[in-house]
Design a protein around this ligand. Structure first.
Ligand code: PEP
Ligand code: MG
Length: 326
């Protein structure tokens, strides 16, 4: 069936009622990015910068980072790229910077780490911006694990500082990247108005958002049965987020695993999400699927799903819909 999916990869993801859905890929390793982008993808929706950091023996220098980021941007050949700043800690340890904590998922990770190490944060921001100038790229920068407005303001101050330094070097050639945050800590679901006043976009990290809404460690096999992104409460949170982003004029995409699952993609599109970023292996299938459904019929599916009380019932409802497509 993969071959059948692939046969439509050159066609854009447009639903039966003409809604264009933009599909992006999640990337972290350089190898393969070019192949991954050869067809279909509208760009890189999430570049996990911690992955190259994890492969090093020490924090990579600014020039080493520029080199890596340039290769990523080059591979995207003009298509937009969202680069996330370092998201270490939690389940992503750096071998040369061990962090020992009782509760790593609730600990020192993502932007918390960067704000406590401004010297490293500034190097990374400058490296990303420099790579973007040199490659004439469409770059957006994404901040992980943000849990307060204050963190956004502090991070923005470093972003401005890095941009001023870039301007000193490149003058009018220096273009300001867009800046956004991951929506993955639940509290920000209730502060999207303030978020919208500060950043250009949000990207929903459904993996961590699910983990934190359900209080279930996403990597603990003992409780993995409880980790369910189709929990009706999670779906309601995602729908609420889409509505509020609309209300406050905030661009939004989804880059968690849910976006690359057939059932998840259908529900997200039904909620109004039109930018989905996923592992490259899922792109052809999701594209194929979206080309066969209409937003109108998905509305029904969404209402029916939201009225279930358990994730497994939601899956059943969506599975039936998928079967009906043949
Ligand atoms: C997420 O949390 O959904 C996400 C995309 O980020 P990561 O999986 O890298 O934490
Ligand atoms: Mg995350």
């Amino acid at each position: 069936q993969q071959r059948e999916y692939a046969s439509e990869l050159h066609l854009p993801a447009v639903t039966q009622d003409e809604k264009r859905i933009h599909l992006y890929i999640n990337a972290g390793l350089l190898s393969g990015v070019e192949n991954q982008l050869a067809e279909a993808a509208d760009g890189i929706g999430l570049y996990r910068s911690e992955i190259p950091f994890m492969l090093e023996q020490r924090f990579p220098s600014e020039s080493a980072q520029v080199k890596v980021y340039r290769q990523v941007l080059k591979a995207a050949s003009g298509r937009p790229v969202v680069m996330r700043t370092l998201d270490v800690g939690g389940d992503k340890p750096l071998p040369y910077f061990p962090i020992k904590e009782e509760n790593p998922s609730l600990g020192w990770r993502g932007v918390r780490f960067s704000l406590d190490h401004p010297e490293l944060f500034l190097i990374q921001l400058r490296a990303m911006m420099t790579a973007s100038v040199v490659e004439h790229a469409q770059l957006s920068i994404l901040l992980p694990m943000v849990s307060s407005i204050d963190e956004i303001d502090m991070a923005l101050a470093y972003f401005e500082q890095a941009f001023e330094e870039l301007q000193q070097e490149y003058g009018s050639q220096a273009l300001r990247p867009k800046i956004g945050i991951m929506l993955e800590v639940p509290v920000l679901l209730f502060q999207l108005e303030e978020v919208a006043q500060r950043v250009d976009f949000v990207s929903v990290g459904s993996n961590d958002l699910t983990q934190y809404l359900l209080a279930v460690d996403r990597n603990n096999p003992r409780v993995s049965g409880l980790f369910d992104a189709y929990h009706p409460g999670i779906l309601r949170a995602l729908r609420r987020a889409r509505i509020d982003c609309d209300k406050y004029g905030l661009d939004v995409s989804v880059c968690g695993e849910l976006a690359g699952e057939p059932m998840g993609a259908l529900l997200l599109v039904a909620m109004g999400y039109d930018r989905l970023s996923m592992n490259q292996g899922n792109l052809a299938m999701i594209n194929y699927l979206l080309r066969r459904v209409s937003c109108a019929e998905l509305q029904n599916l969404l209402l029916q799903s939201l009225s279930q009380s358990e994730g497994q019932d939601v899956r059943e409802v969506v599975r039936e819909f998928l079967m009906s497509l043949g």
